[in-house]
Design a binder for this molecule. Sequence first.
Ligand code: FES
Length: 231
Amino acid sequence: MKVRLGRYREGGFVYEDYELDAEGKTVLEILQDIKERIDPTLSFRAFCRAGICGTCAVKVNGQHKLACRTRVWGDITVEPVDIAKPIRDLVVEHETMHQKLREGKVWFDPLPTNIPLKPDELRTTQRSWDCILCGICNWVCPALAQDGSFGLASTFTKAYGVIFDKRNANREEKLRAVAGLNPHLCTHCKNCTFACPNDCNPELLIKLIEGELVKEGLIQRKEQDFGFLGF
Ligand code: FES
C-alpha cells in the first residue's frame, strides 16, 4: 500500500510517498515502521500506544484520528492536524491547549472531607473524565479557527467535571475563570462531538456550562445569530 506523509518543514509542507506492506496495521505502527526502517528523521508524537495519553492525533485521509487506534487498509495520506501550529513533520504545538487549561483553572480541588457519590451522580461527569486531551475537538472547531480567544472545546470538556462534581471545592472561582474563556463563541456546530474519539460530546458539555454561567449571572444568554445564513 502507498503511504503519503504531509511533512512540515520550515517554509511549508512536503509530501513524501512510501511503499509498505502494512494492510490492517494502525497508523502509529506504520509511522514507527517508516521511522525505524526507512527514514529515522521522521517526527511524530506518541507515548502510550493505547488511546490513553492523547498525544498521537493526526489527520488520516482528511479525518482527525488517534494514530494508535486507527487501523487502515488501502492507500492513506497522513498529515498534521488542522489549526494547531505545526513544528516539524507531524508534530504540532500543544502549549496553547495547556495554557487555556491553566487560565480556566481546570483542576480538581478536593473538599477536606470526601462526599460519596451515587452512581447516577458519577455518570453525570463521566464524559468529562473520559477526555484524554488529545485536542481533536479543537482542531475541528470553526469557532477557534475564527477567534483565538475561544477557550477551546477541550478546556470546557475538562472544566465540566470540575464544575459539576460536588466533591470539588472553589466552584465559584472555577466558574469565573471558565466564564473568562468566552464559551459563548461556541457555534454549536457539533464538529467536536462527531470527531471526539472517546464520545465525550464536548458540544453538549459546553452548552451545559453556558447554561450554568447564565444562571449564575456570569455571562448573558446568547441570542441566536443566523446572520451567516443571510437573514
Ligand atoms: S499514543 Fe497515546 S493516545 Fe495514541
